[in-house]
Design a protein around this ligand. Structure first.
Ligand code: ZN
Length: 169
């Protein structure tokens, strides 16, 4: 069973290592990504997960396909977006306070100042490079997840942090 590490675990504070050329398209890499997807999809409110959150200090994050769905019934129709060795290539000067939480910081929520638009360059599981731009939630996810790869948690800079366990929501 894959567990999601919680905020005091020191792996969450490490700078994650890049995935090396020889790791692309291996069963080991596929297993890490599969474990990340399993852990993420177990949580109803999850929109993304970074590898350090399952104890793997590598530069990988996965965005839930739910984020790209525009259907109302809530069944996932888009595949998850897998981002390896991601880098922010553009971030808007325009910033907004965005409310966020984290699977590793249960159950705190707070406001973080984020660029309202951001683009990343990253690699697929087989090592193909791609670029992807996003605004709103997707831009927020890119910034939050890359922070994870640099040992940063949203509570480091968040304002108005509130503890909201599910039963109080
Ligand atoms: Zn997080």
């Amino acid at each position: 069973m894959v567990t999601i590490l919680q905020k005091d675990n020191e792996i969450l504070r490490q700078i994650a290592q890049p995935v090396s050329q020889s790791e692309f398209a291996t069963p080991e890499l596929a297993q890490i990504i599969s474990d990340m997807q399993t852990a993420m999809h177990r949580e109803d409110d999850a929109v993304a997960i970074a590898a350090p959150q399952i104890g793997v200090s590598k530069r990988i994050f996965v965005v839930s396909g739910k984020v790209f769905d525009r259907t109302e019934e809530g069944t996932q129709t888009h595949p998850d977006l897998i981002c390896i060795n991601p880098e922010i290539t553009k971030a808007s000067k325009d910033k907004k306070q965005m409310n966020e939480g984290c699977l590793s910081v249960r159950y705190l929520y707070g406001n973080v100042r984020r660029s309202s638009r951001a683009s990343i360059r990253a690699y697929t599981q087989t090592g193909e490079v791609f670029e992807r731009g996003g605004s709103g939630l997707l831009a927020q996810i890119f910034q939050h997840e890359i922070d994870h790869l640099n040992g940063i948690l949203f509570i480091d800079t968040a304002k108005d942090i509130k503890d909201m366990p599910p039963e109080k929501k």
